[in-house]
Design a protein around this ligand. Structure first.
Ligand code: CDP
Ligand code: MG
Length: 755
């Protein structure tokens, strides 16, 4: 399944590269740069003033620290979110008692303190009595980690695996790790996880955590999920595209597999909708435990939410006792989190012992596994943790000890225009439902506070009640191909919980037809069947299938692997830009285009026997390269499965480019007199991304991998093409008049229809 674009424009990219380098330097070269020197001096001065005051006047701490930060944010307390059953005291024990126990015993004790524990028997009874059960419970009540274990303890794994789906990779990995600890087994043995391009399971695995997309793919090999005794579709309220498709598929198989237990679990209370969809399945409510949460809004809208979030976090940190709880800040993505981390570090640097220690813990999808564990570690006494998280902390991951939540009110959301086929990932206001989930994160262990960086008016008038399900705002080509290969033909009448727009479905069918994955009757072709084997976007799968014809499958799977890693291959530290650009140019010799450049990077790395040193010398992120190698290995395995021979033809660059064009021909653009590009179908003005090797070259015709919208609509990963290839490779899509010079003013003809 396609992954979200993981970054935005050049600005952020530079930021990110500089951050990446900072780390590299910290660990490798031992030297440090300081882009903040000037500001630091100014702030030192301010701090000096603040501490002087602190010593001389007997004022409240908060007043003094005002001077540490340039600005402050005023909040008004507007409401209190009621607690639920918060009278129930947590089981407490003395420090000595808990020290005496082994870590394993401690975990077993912890399991018993979870709200779900006292409903264990009732829950098991309900699962026994009903085939389908909707389970609702507050985040942190123990649904994800406990229910599969209870079912295992009750013997369900004797009949088959228990599968539990998560919308996010990190959640699947982290929860599996936690459960394996709780069960005292090695991760990957009895408890494992499976995410795209990473399978951490074995024959022994009986509790399998996986992304919803992976379960969807398992249907291809095992349409009745015969090896499973229980399927738990977790985080159902998230309504990801894959979850929505899974609903339809599991509902269908539950009819002819009465032995299969189906659990649909959700953190929100609108469970009736799930129940209605699953033929009035009973709803099992786990009474939660949440303390009241005070909601604070800003008095006036905040122009810069990132800055406001940082200032608010610091305000809380210096004015509240450190032992009283940690801070959770919701940000929209990796770059933003890395920026916030840098600024926070910078602003607290030099304050020494004047303020308590602030431990900064980022968490986002691409964070290396070793670093993810940090957010779950207990906060040392006298310090405070500030967790900088994406939406992942909204319901997917429970972090204990949070007392303060800072909610800027945004998340990154995919949106799709079926008319143009353009998909973009934009920072968008969240829904009221999300805002309330976020606020709830602060009331888990005691009364909490949520600081919303927007006004009460914004909340009531501007935010939607619920997030629009992904199925209604995304490109459907991938799921349509999956459904078709499962033998589901009548997509318009598929049992969707909320149907996608008909236009988006048609668009997906059109694209698959254009790629020759479907025939005129909308049936899967041999090409389509082969494409469906690859867990990639259909256009990229098509490139791989087409590589057979051009005898360059070896090169193409390297390129596909590099594209799948995302754009985090190079980094570009500010003070070494000249060196970096030279290093990069090496791969672009002859203006071969970005795809071939990626291939050259991969091949050169391979020639050095996958050397880490070589990566450092070329400003290439070794972690990305290792991932590319893993992905490539898997693609090689899949090639064998679809019986495409591994053939290499590295001198025939034209063949490689033609194979790329065979999948990406709908993404063609031509240079205009204005110096800008126009996409050939659905004419739209676009530009070559500045990081592209062709950004200065401006070939007349190009094919691109994707569009990213930042300040402008940019094409990323661009390769030059000859216009006659379009007619040669996709005669059903392009005609001569589309590519002739005289035809430049004409509108392209209508697209091939799938009917
Ligand atoms: O799924 P739900 O939100 O109901 O809760 P859960 O994910 O099963 O989490 C239950 C408890 O397990 C939380 O209180 C966390 O403290 C703990 N947990 C953890 O320590 N580490 C994880 N990776 C996941 C959960
Ligand atoms: Mg959960």
């Amino acid at each position: 399944m396609p992954e979200a674009y993981d970054q935005e424009g050049i600005v952020n990219q530079e930021k990110r590269f500089s951050v990446a380098l900072q780390r590299y330097r910290d660990t490798n070269a031992g030297e440090k740069m300081n882009p903040f020197a000037e500001q630091e001096a100014w702030e030192d001065h301010q701090i000096g003033k603040a501490t002087l005051k602190f010593g001389s006047k007997d004022k409240k701490k908060s007043d003094d620290y005002q001077f540490v930060f340039e600005n402050q944010i005023d909040f008004i307390k507007a409401s209190v979110m009621d607690g639920v059953n918060f009278q129930d005291e947590l089981l407490t024990e003395s420090l000595e008692e808990s020290m005496a126990k082994s870590a394993f015993e401690k975990l077993q004790e912890d399991r018993k303190t979870l709200p779900i524990y006292r409903y264990r028997d009732e829950l098991l009874q309900a699962v026994q009595d009903h085939q389908v059960l909707v389970i609702v419970g507050e985040t942190g009540s123990g649904k994800t980690t406990q229910i599969p274990q209870y079912l295992h303890e009750a013997g369900y794994t004797e009949r088959g695996k228990i599968g539990c789906t998560q919308p996010r990779r990190v959640a699947a990995m982290s929860v599996a790790a936690r459960v394996s600890q709780e069960m005292g087994v090695k991760l990957g043995h009895e408890v494992g996880y499976s995410i795209r391009f990473e399978d951490c399971t074995s024959d022994k695995t009986v509790l399998k955590y996986m992304t919803d997309g992976m379960l969807l793919r398992e249907f291809l090999g095992e349409p009745d999920l015969a090896s499973y005794s229980v399927v738990m579709v977790d985080e159902a309220h998230e309504r990801t595209l894959s979850t929505d498709i899974l609903f339809g598929l599991v509902k269908d198989i539950s009819r002819f597999r009465p032995d299969l237990k189906l659990l649909i679990s959700s953190a929100t209370l609108d469970a009736e909708k799930f129940s209605d969809y699953f033929d009035s399945a009973p709803i099992f409510k786990i009474p939660g435990r949440r303390f009241p949460v005070e909601i604070h809004y800003t008095k006036a809208p905040e122009a810069d939410y990132l800055d406001a979030a940082i200032v608010t976090a610091l305000q809380i940190h210096v004015t509240q006792e450190p032992g009283d709880g940690d801070i959770l800040v919701f940000l929209t993505g990796q770059e933003e989190i890395e920026t916030a981390e840098e600024i926070l570090k910078h602003r607290t640097r030099g304050l020494g012992t004047k303020i308590p220690e602030l431990i900064i813990c980022p968490i986002y999808a691409n964070l290396p596994t070793e670093l993810q564990a940090k957010i779950f570690e207990p906060t040392p006494e006298g310090a405070r943790k500030v967790v900088l998280a994406t939406n992942i902390a909204e319901t997917s991951l429970t972090i204990d000890g949070i007392k303060y939540v800072i909610d800027p009110g945004f998340s990154k959301m995919k949106s799709y225009n079926p008319r143009t086929g353009m998909e973009s990932l934009l920072v968008t206001p969240i829904s009221k439902a999300s805002a309330n989930q976020r606020a709830g994160r602060s009331g888990r262990t005691g009364p909490g506070k949520c600081f919303r960086l927007y006004t009460a008016y914004n909340y009531y008038n501007d935010l939607d009640d619920n997030t629009v399900p992904e199925i209604q705002r995304t490109n459907l080509a991938n799921v349509v191909l999956s459904l078709k290969s499962l033998g589901i033909h009548d997509l318009l009448n598929f049992d969707f919980m909320d149907p996608p727009p008909a236009e988006a479905l048609l668009k997906a069918l059109e694209l698959l037809f254009a790629l020759s994955a479907l025939n005129k009757l909308g049936e899967l072709t041999k090409v389509g069947r082969r494409m469906a084997e690859f867990p990639l976007d259909p256009m990229l799968s098509k490139v791989i299938v087409a590589s057979e014809k051009y005898k360059c499958s070896d090169e193409i799977i390297s390129i596909a692997a590099m594209l799948s890693v995302g754009s985090s291959i190079f980094y570009r530290p500010k003070d070494k830009q000249v060196h970096v650009d030279n290093a990069r140019l090496n791969f672009h010799t002859g203006n071969v285009g970005d795809h071939i450049a990626l291939l050259k990077v991969y091949s050169s790395w391979k020639e050095t026997n996958y050397s880490t040193q070589w990566c450092y010398e070329n400003y290439i992120q070794v972690r990305s390269m290792k991932r590319a190698r893993d992905i490539r290995d898997q693609l090689e395995g899949l090639l064998e499965r679809v019986e495409i021979e591994l053939t290499s033809n590295s001198n025939d660059l034209e063949g490689i480019k033609k194979a790329i064009t065979a999948g990406y021909f709908p993404h063609s653009a031509r240079l205009q007199k204005s110096g800008f590009y126009k996409t050939v179908k659905h004419p739209q003005t676009v530009h070559i991304h500045p990081t592209s090797g062709l950004a200065q070259v401006l070939p007349r015709w190009v094919v691109y991998h994707e569009l990213v919208l930042t300040t402008k609509e940019y094409m990323r990963q661009v390769t030059e093409l000859k216009p006659e290839w379009l007619v040669e490779i996709a005669p059903h899509y392009y005609q001569l008049k589309d590519v002739e010079d005289s035809g430049s003013k004409k509108m392209p003809r209508g697209e091939g229809r799938a009917s």
